[in-house]
Write a protein that binds this ligand. Structure first.
Ligand code: MG
Length: 310
């Protein structure tokens, strides 16, 4: 009996230590609710250029994967050196692909992520290359838009996407990484079911409350409560509902001024015991040159909210 108990304890110990290394990259637990920004080193992806992120004085970034040619060991070393000098870490690397377009919801369906068939095979290869580059950066996770998951769980197309997700989860697991799916294109219930169907211990969520509104996929607060157990990272982004949600875009606005209701969002993060980073995402298509000012305003706003809520 005693031997049996000891064996069980060893198995539990082994599982929890490997799980920690997959999810966190290190055994050190980061401070909860670190305020960070999306950053980039070239024109691939959105977010602040890395030097602006440094100027914003944040401890953590979500880094957009650079163009293919820039995914080198030399660049990774340089990024690591810059981050170390500025006492910054990477929460995850964002995988994006050429020719993705967010022009309208139907165009997103056709062009974004690994779901579109036309580009799927080549993007699967590229996704793995991005995971290898992220490993050079010691990044613990890859975050990305998978694309619109087919709704019929019995369809061959849905099963294909589940298989594909299993494959990339297994690939990044060997690089010590987790995957964070960006929210927005599915309802919370559909996404939760999809994660269960993929059935991988390193598959989680980057919860973007504004995307739920922009894509018309349901109330973000209710969605956060449903998906809570999977949320490892959030985007602090806000939006206003469209007249015809799901058919046309909502409007992205400064965090704290839209329909997300920032205080309720933060209260709900506390309720679900979220302890990951708060990553500010601000696009501001109308005045992109205000992006830096908007981000620094949001940092100040979040610091006050964090103080009040956490
Ligand atoms: Mg987002």
């Amino acid at each position: 009996m005693r031997n049996k108990l000891l064996t069980m304890l060893v198995i539990v110990g082994l599982f929890s230590s490997s799980f920690t290394s997959v999810v966190c990259g290190t055994d050190e637990k980061a401070e909860p609710w670190q305020i960070g920004v999306i950053a980039r080193i070239d024109e691939h992806g959105t977010g602040l250029k890395l030097d602006s992120a440094i100027k914003a004085n944040v401890p953590i970034i979500q880094l957009a994967a650079p163009f293919k040619d820039a995914r080198t060991k030399k660049n990774a070393d340089q990024i690591l050196e810059t981050l170390a000098k500025n006492k910054m870490t990477i929460s995850s690397v964002i995988a994006g692909f050429d020719d993705e377009s967010y022009e309208s919801i139907p165009i997103v369906k056709e062009t974004v992520g690994l779901v579109p068939k036309k580009t799927r095979a080549e993007r699967m290869i590229e996704f793995k290359e991005i995971s290898d580059f992220a490993k050079l950066l010691n990044a613990p996770a890859i975050m990305f838009h998978l694309g619109f998951v087919p709704h019929d769980r019995n369809s061959a197309e849905y099963k294909d996407i589940v298989r594909l997700m299993k494959e990339i989860c297994d690939y990044v697991e060997k690089n010590g990484q987790a995957i964070y799916l960006e929210t927005g294109q599915e309802t919370a219930e559909a996404l939760s079911m999809f994660i269960k169907d993929v059935d991988r211990a390193n598959l989680f969520i980057n919860f973007d409350p504004a995307n739920m509104i922009l894509y018309g996929c349901g109330d973000p607060i209710g969605a956060l409560e449903i998906l809570g157990q999977y949320v490892r990272s959030v985007h602090c982004k806000d939006a206003l509902w469209a007249g015809n949600p799901g058919e046309e875009w909502g409007k992205e606005v400064l965090f704290g001024t839209g329909d997300v209701h920032a205080k309720i969002f933060m209260d709900t993060l506390k309720k679900i015991e979220f302890d990951g980073p708060l990553i500010i995402e601000r696009e501001n298509h109308e005045s992109p040159h205000h992006q830096f000012d908007d981000v620094t305003k949001t940092i100040g706003f979040l610091k006050v909210l964090r103080e009040n809520v956490l």
